[in-house]
Design a protein around this ligand. Sequence first.
Ligand code: BJW
Ligand code: ZN
Length: 242
Amino acid sequence: MDEKLLTQARDILGKAERVAVFSGAGLSAESGIATFRGQEPDALWSRFDPMQLASVEGFASDPATVIDWYNWRRGKLAQAQPNAAHRAMAGHPGLMHLTQNVDDLLERAGVPESNVLHLHGSIGKDRCHAACGIEEDISLEKPEPLRQCKGCGAYMRPAVVWFGETLPQDIWSQAEVVCMEIDCLLVIGTSATVYPAFSLVELAAGQGSQIIVVNTEAIDSNQGALIEISGKAGDILPKLLD
Ligand code: BJW
Ligand code: ZN
């Protein structure tokens, strides 16, 4: 860990009046939740086809396989616990969280639900694929196999955002407002590849916010005012925020 960068980042955070956090799968990696594109051997998109498992087309061609895969991931999440990074941030109730993660580890660490904007939805819920409005909390331990919507008969599916789908409009609008108002954005554990989510970081940078990145690998970002701290979120966040 680069101590000089850490001190610089702590200084920026100390002076900032409004700070938000933009997070990705790397935040939950130390809780045992697989990333999508990280260098870890269990990264999901190195083992599974995203277009089969996380797209409308994939669900249409084989819905049962998609549901079984999500239920396998739900089982892993049921066993997981928040890590030191989640806990360090939960100690700062003023932070707003814009997260790409579909897990509930920030909330389980004690972050108020109202402070977490899930840009890509929640794996702990199902919704009607035909969007008739039915949404249900599900059990992570004992999720339901493929089943039909009680309202309209279409298939139920995880309440997450697949490739080619739009992000939930109300969440997106709130996230944009946050990015317009902050002095500093902490960007944690994301490969910075998925849009439109990552454009929130560009929006924040564009309106003058400082950007502090915590990641195990360098991210491919063209943001100017950016401090990149290389390392694990669980090691760095407690030092950054204590
Ligand atoms: C650590 C660590 C530790 C490890 N500590 N760090 C512009 C250009 C090109 C394409 C597009 C574009 N705009 C839109 C697109 C298409 C597409 C897209 O972005 N594709 C790119 C991949 C090229 N986007 C979409 O389709 C989006 N919708 C959309 O654009 O709608 C408009 C539209 C509608 C109709 C027609 C056309 C357009 C939707 C994107 C949905 C993404 N869904 C997923 C799955 C969610 C559900 C689920 O969980 O199953 O979201 S994919 C996956 O990627 C998941 C994540 O939220 C998302 C981002 O991944 P993230 O979080 O960055 O994880 P990783 O694994 O990539 O990175 C982890 C990082 O952590 C790594 O760097 C590690 O090294 C690091 N790390 N351990 C710190 N301990
Ligand atoms: Zn329905």
